[in-house]
Write a protein that binds this ligand. Sequence first.
Ligand code: MCA
Ligand code: AMP
Length: 504
Amino acid sequence: MANPLYDTLFAPHAGKPTPFLHLADGRSLSHAAFLDLAGRVANALAGFGLAPGDRVAVQVAKSAEALALYAACVQAGLVLLPLNTAYMAGEVGYFVEDSGARLFVCDPGGAEALAGIAARTGARLETLGADGGGTLAEMAAAMPTDFATVARGRDDLAALLYTSGTTGRSKGAMLTQENLLSNALTLTDCWRFGAGDVLLHALPIFHTHGLFVAVNVTLAAGGAMIFLPGFDLDTIIAHLPRATAMMGVPTFYTRLLADPRFDRDLTTHMRLFVSGSAPLLAETHRRFETRTGHRILERYGMTETGMNSSNPYDGERRAGTVGFPLPGVEIKITDPQTGARLPDGAVGQIEVRGPNVFRGYWNMPEKTAEELRPDGFFITGDLGRFDAQGYLAIVGRNKDLIISGGYNIYPKEIEEVIDAVPGIAESAVIGVPHPDFGESPVALLVCEPGATPDLDMVQERIAVALAAFKRPRRLIVVDELPRNTMGKVQKAALRDRYAAALAG
Ligand code: MCA
Ligand code: AMP
């Protein structure tokens, strides 16, 4: 095949009048109309002189046109670099620069503020708005729908997704056509997606979950999506009766359960609810079943690997576990110190190998070597255990990471901003339980002797530097941080001590 990802997920739908996207404003787009739109965008991209393998950084609102930009990148052999719309200019600047993106597509409202980044990095700047307008859209509208698909191999890059900055800067995970395609086909099969499915899609499309799982699975199956700009409870409840499946982070499900309208009647026609990106409490799993009769199917994945494991479609979906390794994916539990495989029942680090595992971090061979073993196993940084029936449970993390409503927050990033505030000697940011987001950051600050730092100023500095979802929910001044004999801050002890910091 000339371009396996395009030829498998997109090309088969050309000319099909079947519905693909049902949009929030009532419009629907057929598969054919979507592919035509993508073809126009691909022609526009080619018109910019982009060459296969060039990176296209994208920070735009979710829309049919934004999705067409993804399809266009695949068809034109370009590497998509999707960015969280909440990121501030400073955060975005790093991604555009580090990736060497040749094109940066942003929201028309943000173009002025981001023009400096484009000028500094040499990226071309184009815009795409939530309403489908903008310079890129205008250019595409004047283009033909036919586009000669650019040849790409299975090992060629399809996407660059920035992730984990536990130490140092974020790393760009290089995902190949094979990574995305193998995972999409496996999941479509395991979760029994078909042409009759209508997926309620309320996730963002700048992460693996919303883009490479939800969208690619729907494309592989030839199904349709109710494509909503975000998670709005009333809108979800209004659209549920037309859907057959939904994918979400645990916050979606706890919010639905908090609404009395969400009941058995509203979900009778649904065949599948999938949860992932963060731990689903066993209690949520049970309450969901009691309320609706459905057992949520929990699965486990990562940006670097796509999906690794899943509870079964048929058979017991076991609360508090992420199921079995997906077909073709190997998972082993190892000793964090020695890397030796541990027996079933023992807790250790989770390692993963398979066609889903990324090809390394962009321009970071040392970081790649630290996490990706020569034999192909990727060290996830998650801690887990297999039970006697082979179900994998994630019991913790070996990495300093907070997951809030499915968004990753790296404490180090916040600590660096706080520590630069005059009068602050040091800080530790920890994740504590939060009723809506699962986990939220709380910052513990140690002041310099005699100093009384302005805590409002601390919050302001964070607000300017970092996306709003990373903001600590509380700042707590403490005398000192507990350290182990090696001098390392004992975050586990802090998490225990401040576990109730956000309760009530
Ligand atoms: C929004 N806010 C948040 C979050 N989202 N704060 C903390 N954590 C969050 N996740 C804040 C905003 O900054 C804003 O704050 C206020 O909430 C309202 O913003 P809004 O966008 O209206 O919030 P929302 O619509 O209620 O969003 C909550 C959400 C959303 C629906 C849970 O965060 C979401 O869609 N999360 C899914 C993320 C996801 O797809 N993760 C997958 C990545 P202020 O008022 O102060 O400005 S992980 C992945 O892909 C791996 C591979 C995997 O396994 O899936
Ligand atoms: P990301 O780097 O955004 O792809 O986030 C991946 C991380 O999310 C994993 O390493 C896990 O820590 C976490 N994660 C994903 N799915 C689950 C799940 N079902 N249960 C617990 N943690 C999960």
